[in-house]
Design a protein around this ligand. Sequence first.
Ligand code: ZN
Length: 205
Amino acid sequence: MAIDTQKIIQAIMEGSKYRDAKGIIPIFGVYLSLFSVDYYNKLSFEFELMMEPSRQTKAEQLLIDAAQECGYATFHGIRTSKEWEKIVQPMIETQEDELQGFISVAIGLGWGNIELVKLVPGENLVLRATESYEADGYISRHGLSKSGKCYMLRGVSAAFMDLIYGDSYPEGYNTFTAIEPKCRAKGDDFCEFVVQKSHKKEYTC
Ligand SMILES: [Zn+2]
């Protein structure tokens, strides 16, 4: 059975009606916050720009890692939730279906119009997004970029592969890593995320 993205988006939209005064949304087994993308973009891009040039690459990597770690924990929570078991699990026959289920949830959460372009099971993945709020936000604040700016989707793309093809949670984190060779913030028609097996990442700050 194919994954019915519209059905998943519908369930998320229905569940998103219930939130407390602080904008916390309890849905799919996790607590999500309703958050201004303008504020998020301001925080992340200004954090990067405030670093001296020699540290901007490290700042970028920290933002990507934060997204990957958050995506890894959040989507593990989502795939072990009652809602997932009831709505998504019955549609899943293969690991590719599970990946498409993650993508459908991410679309429902407003993270972009994400499309699965290519998957080599256990090896690599290519995703495309045509509505990344980070690309839009970067262009509106800073104009065209020289590099990919969708740190959130870049980290989350790798987290999806970690969850499906890495070791059992939480040991599989960082099994994969993603790059963004094409990005709308650079003037490309879409953002493209290429996920491959990672080499162990280490930092010195
Ligand atoms: Zn992008």
